[in-house]
Design a binder for this molecule. Structure first.
Ligand code: ADP
Length: 256
């Protein structure tokens, strides 16, 4: 399929990464399409989380990392000195494996970043909280208890709170690292439904070791193995007619 540059949100070109002498990403090249859910699958240790950390430059805080190659976000090199990291990480939000609400109220969790960015107006903060919690499909469950602790919510609700917290800053991209691995099946389904809804407004990249989840929520799937990108394609194709034997072996459960 032909993609114009407008349809490409990240262009990853010959990306290599080493932790000390251990090479974790090897010559990764691919384009991540806009307004789609892209999932990254592969066995443990194949470099999925590392790749996500590079995408929002969280990798910068890990010592002794060497990177070469290029990643462009909407045509701009994300490793350039000209990138303002705070703005960039706001625009490319991240949701982690374990729900990690702050020990603050539900309301304060959501408006934390907007407040840090200088928004003080109570009405405006209230609007941001309502919009974000609605987008995260949590509003109805918490609207009468906004001043209770975020920690008082169930695990699934906490994860949707963390998604609301990321949405408060109106990012363009949401990166999710195994966002449901700590959740029960019902909460997992809720988060998966939410991912599908958010896709209309955001570019979403999700790392998952759960292949059924990748098949349910994503449009494109990338299969990583030993730090290499083996194959990327439409999710349906990857799960029914993969081009590479290694992909076939993985999705049919022969290893991993
Ligand atoms: P995955 O998310 O697919 O399980 P990771 O990206 O976590 O894989 O890990 C890829 C490789 O990089 C592994 O060999 C892992 O041990 C190594 N690695 C990950 N994080 C670090 C780190 N902070 N320091 C050193 N090595 C790391």
């Amino acid at each position: 399929m032909y993609m114009t540059s407008k349809d490409v949100i990240f262009n990853v070109d010959k990306l290599n990464l080493w932790y000390g002498t251990n090479q974790a990403l090897k010559d990764i090249c691919f384009k991540i399409e806009a307004n789609k859910v892209t999932s990254i699958i592969g066995p443990s240790g194949c470099g999925k989380s590392t790749f996500l950390k590079v995408l929002n430059r969280m990798i910068d805080i890990v010592p002794d990392v060497k990177i070469d190659g290029k990643i462009e976000f909407k045509g701009k090199n994300i490793f350039s000195d000209k990138i303002n990291l705070i703005d960039y990480r706001t625009n490319v939000g991240m949701v982690f494996q374990k729900p990690n609400p702050f020990p603050k109220s539900i309301f304060e969790n959501v408006v934390y970043a907007p407040k840090i960015h200088g928004i003080k107006d109570k009405k405006k903060l209230g609007e941001i909280a309502e919009r974000s919690l609605k987008q995260a499909a949590l509003w109805d469950e918490v609207k009468d208890r906004l001043h209770e602790s975020g920690m008082s919510l169930s695990g699934g609700q906490q994860q949707r709170l963390c998604i609301a917290r990321a949405l408060a800053m109106e990012p363009e991209v949401i990166l999710m690292d195994e966002p449901t691995s700590a959740l029960d099946p019902i909460s997992t389904l809720k988060v998966e439904e939410l991912i599908r809804e958010l896709q209309e407004k955001y570019h979403i990249i999700i790392v998952t070791h759960n292949m059924q989840q990748a098949a349910r929520v994503s449009d494109s799937t990338a299969f990583f193995l030993n730090g290499e990108l083996v194959e990327i394609g439409e999710t349906e194709t990857i799960f029914t007619k993969p081009a590479n034997q290694k992909t076939e072996d993985y999705i049919t459960g022969r290893f991993g």
